[in-house]
Design a protein around this ligand. Structure first.
Ligand code: HEC
Ligand code: HEC
Ligand code: HEC
Ligand code: HEC
Ligand code: HEC
Length: 667
């Protein structure tokens, strides 16, 4: 007992030596979203939230910075209304909940082991209305909350992210953001591999590429430049600058690395380049990358490719495009499941158009390079081998080494080129101790991954348009190299109109979503577009789980036992004598009857893909979810449909009957 308390005392003293830098003042700034204050076990934490919703499975922590168990959550911000109008608010809760708008109590209540719903109608002013939502859980069972609303002209829906505004410069929020940034840098830059003393949860840990026959993949002169200064080639590189000499050490390492593996620099056929250029546009490579002949500053911060000819042996580049994660599981470059022909065309396009050249590096000595691989810490990151002789975390002087502001104080440490903000973030994180590395919160994992992996390069989200949809002009130039005019009628077309990411957590069943994001679902839900969702295998599980929980829903979806009688009615409603849904939607093997009209996904996938809540509100009012959709609305504002002889013309009952039927259809 005494030993234990002594140890605790010791560890507080050492970590306490790092002081979080003062946060500068910042003027209030309104942006979309809410501020979420969390507390548990007498500790507090603040982050931004998109929704008034969450699901925390029993035994998990609501935040990486808080202990598991009982917790309280408080959302603050404004809710906007276009007009002065009446809205009904409702909450599904497992825990205790209270909603206050403009200082007036709107909802208050508690739900126990099964969720409980409460609702009340209130008037919102035109413009901003102050909102405070409070939730508490005793931590003994799963905690959940989903705030929904409806009005005369739209059916019940989760209150959408675009309705909320908050001050992003709120001090507690900035504190929470900064300590999170420090934590992410700490995990991504693998500080704990070289400075022992912290346990990092597997979902936070990230790998660096394996050195698998680098000589068969890369060119020596390029490697010398990359190793000498990675950020001069890729601005977002995670790899630090390890040497500060004239480039000799990097050249030695390059010489050593290319001695491993046999080179194959057979050039791809140049006539395939224009076809590859069209794929570069139509697959959405262009949403994450500037074209290989691009020079200058890119307003979208895309990843440059001008150096790929100087870097890659052509055959290795083709293999890389087909499976980017093969030697680097945590790569941010996704897997497009390219055919050999597609990979060949893209390789040709990249090699033919990449123009960046590099001056000759000093001549390298492979023997010296082999020794540096270990002593310079390359294999610490690249193979997870702990570095010998570096100070432990608890012994670090945080003004020196890797976090030093000036080169002089850096000494023999690698140069991560931290900005002053990143350095402050690391210090703020270190000041709080390293306990938060032991656990992650799935909701935060998903949000980090979506930002880090550039999902919004291709998908709209929360009312923000995608990068891809802003590049149609650049796409036309590339597409003109491979005219599509001889394609048969009904062949897939290039399109940047993709499902928005906004509602994924509420729309899709996590099990299907995980398989799909991983790139493991073979067939395309939308065969009418050329684009395909690329796979992000290392991240799929965490994204699918986190998005469900963020929307206040459990990860496990209970299978529905369809009601035979209602299913029969549902089947009729889908067909010609009903709403004729099958005009636009295929059903299993049965093709849509008017395919070129406005195709929708095959409805035989509904059972494994969709969650019921989303399905219902989509059918009641598709335009409310996607103002651009061609799916017609069948229900009126007061919940009736023209088919008055079926189930009394009650839209919800009819939508449910079709749901029951779709549960009987297997792929
Ligand atoms: C590849 C190994 C490696 C990685 C990864 C690494 N460091 Fe270092 N670090 C070093 C070396 C080498 C030194 C210099 C040690 C010396 O001067 O003896 C150092 C020094 C430091 C020092 C100064 C230590 C002192 O007391 O003088 C700090 C602080 C530091 N590192 C923090 C970090 C942080 C934070 C990260 C993650 C962002 C990190 N390091 C990642 C290798 C590494
Ligand atoms: C979601 C964003 C995204 C999309 C879409 C994407 N990439 Fe990438 N790609 C990246 C990132 C990020 C990297 C940097 C590697 C890393 O972080 O691991 C990369 C790396 C690469 C590289 C290696 C560059 C180097 O320095 O070695 C090539 C080549 C490449 N991508 C080509 C493509 C092609 C061709 C497509 C379309 C089929 C494509 N990418 C689509 C994000 C993307
Ligand atoms: C702090 C961790 C870290 C250290 C130390 C480090 N690297 Fe890296 N390295 C990375 C990461 C991460 C990447 C992937 C690209 C990126 O995002 O920067 C990378 C990429 C590379 C690549 C390109 C691989 C590819 O598939 O494109 C080479 C080659 C390389 N590193 C060599 C080295 C050598 C040699 C050293 C030692 C001088 C070294 N690295 C030190 C993290 C590190
Ligand atoms: C290169 C562009 C691109 C990027 C980047 C991208 N997606 Fe997609 N995504 C697509 C396309 C195209 C589809 C539609 C595929 C289809 O239905 O055939 C899609 C569909 C989806 C779907 C299925 C939605 C539905 O309703 O059927 C999910 C889930 C999804 N993407 C998640 C993500 C996530 C998460 C990320 C980031 C990790 C991401 N996407 C990044 C292109 C992209
Ligand atoms: C005029 C064509 C059209 C008709 C008629 C139509 N839909 Fe749709 N449907 C669409 C389109 C377009 C989408 C959205 C496609 C997308 O997400 O990219 C869609 C989406 C859906 C979805 C979501 C599917 C998924 O897996 O993401 C369901 C469920 C659905 N429709 C059911 C129905 C039902 C039931 C009917 C009849 C009551 C119907 N639709 C009638 C065009 C149509």
């Amino acid at each position: 007992m005494r030993l234990l308390s002594l140890l605790c005392l010791f560890s507080t003293v050492t970590f306490g030596a790092v002081v979080a830098p003062a946060l500068p003042d910042a003027p209030a700034q309104k942006e979309q979203g809410l501020t979420l204050h969390l507390s548990a076990g007498r500790r507090t934490d603040t982050r931004a939230a998109r929704l008034v919703a969450l699901y925390v499975p029993a035994g998990q922590a609501v935040s990486p910075f808080l202990p598991a168990g009982a917790f309280a959550a408080k959302w603050e911000g404004e809710i906007a209304s276009d007009l002065r109008a009446e809205y009904t608010f409702a909450a599904d809760v497992r825990g205790a909940f209270k909603l206050t708008i403009n200082g007036t109590l709107v909802l208050e209540g508690a739900g126990d082991s099964t969720a409980q719903t409460m609702n009340k109608t209130v008037q919102l002013n035109k413009g901003a209305n102050l909102l405070v939502a409070e939730f508490e859980s005793d931590g003994k069972e799963d905690a959940s909350l989903q705030l929904t609303w409806w009005a005369k002209d739209f059916p019940a829906e989760p209150v959408p992210p675009a309705a909320f505004q908050h001050d992003v410069n709120d001090r507690a929020l900035r504190d929470g953001r900064r300590v999170r940034e420090g934590r992410t840098i700490f995990a991504q830059m693998r500080c704990a591999v070289c400075h022992a003393g912290a346990e990092v949860a597997p979902e936070l840990a990230q790998t660096a590429p394996l050195f698998n026959e680098p000589g068969a993949k890369f060119r020596e002169n390029f490697l010398a430049h990359w190793i000498n200064d990675p950020r001069s080639i890729r601005p977002h590189a995670l790899m630090p600058r390890v040497f500060s000499d004239d480039g000799q050490s990097a050249a030695d390492l390059a010489a050593y690395l290319v001695s491993l593996g046999k080179k194959d620099d057979t050039a791809p056929a140049p006539e395939n380049a224009p076809l590859g250029g069209a794929l570069f546009a139509n697959f959405g490579c262009i949403a994450c990358h500037t074209t290989p002949d691009f020079e200058g500053e890119d307003e979208h911060g895309r990843v440059p490719l001008g150096h790929v000819k100087a870097k890659w042996q052509p055959r290795a580049l083709r293999e890389f495009l087909k499976d980017p994660a093969k030697d680097f599981p945590h790569t941010r470059m996704p897997n497009f499941r390219l055919t050999d022909e597609e990979a060949e065309r893209l390789t040709s396009y990249l090699i033919e158009n990449a123009k960046r050249e590099f001056p000759a590096a000093p001549k390298g000595d492979a023997t010296k390079g082999a020794a540096l691989l270990v002593s310079a810490g390359c294999i610490s990151c690249h193979a997870g081998a702990p570095m010998v002789g570096t100070p432990k975390l608890a012994d670090l002087t945080w003004e020196k080494g890797c976090v030093a502001a000036e080169a002089r104080a850096r000494g023999k440490a690698p140069d991560f080129a931290f900005t002053p903000e990143q350095r402050d973030a690391l210090l703020a994180f270190a000041a709080g101790g390293f306990d938060s590395l032991k656990q992650d919160a799935p909701i935060e994992f998903a949000e980090r991954a979506i930002a880090d992996l550039r999902c919004t390069a291709c998908h709209a989200r929360d009312g923000q348009q995608s990068v891809w949809s802003q590049l149609e002009g650049d796409m036309i130039v590339l597409q003109s190299g491979a005219p599509n005019s001889d394609a048969p009628e009904g062949a897939p077309v290039a399109s940047t109109a993709l499902p928005a990411l906004t509602w994924l957590g509420e729309k899709l069943q996590p099990a299907w979503m995980e398989q799909f994001i991983a790139g493991h679902v073979a067939d395309k839900p939308r065969p009418w577009i050329i684009g395909r969702m690329p796979g992000f295998a290392s991240w799929a599980h965490g994204i699918a789980e986190g998005l469900a929980l963020e929307h206040g829903l459990p990860v496990k979806v209970e299978p529905v036992k369809p009601d035979a009688e209602r299913a029969k009615i549902g089947e009729r409603l889908l067909g010609e004598n009903g709403f004729n849904c099958l005009q636009c939607h295929a059903l299993g093997e049965r093709n849509a009857t008017a395919v070129f009209e406005a195709p929708g996904p095959n409805l035989a996938r509904t059972r494994e893909r969709l969650r019921e809540g989303y399905y219902t509100r989509w059918l009641l009012h598709p335009l409310r979810i996607d103002p651009e959709t061609k799916m017609p609305r069948f229900a009126t504002d007061d919940g009736k449909t023209p088919l008055t002889d079926v189930l009394g013309g009650d839209a919800r009952a009819q939508v449910d009957a079709m749901w029951q039927f779709l549960q009987t259809v297997k792929r």
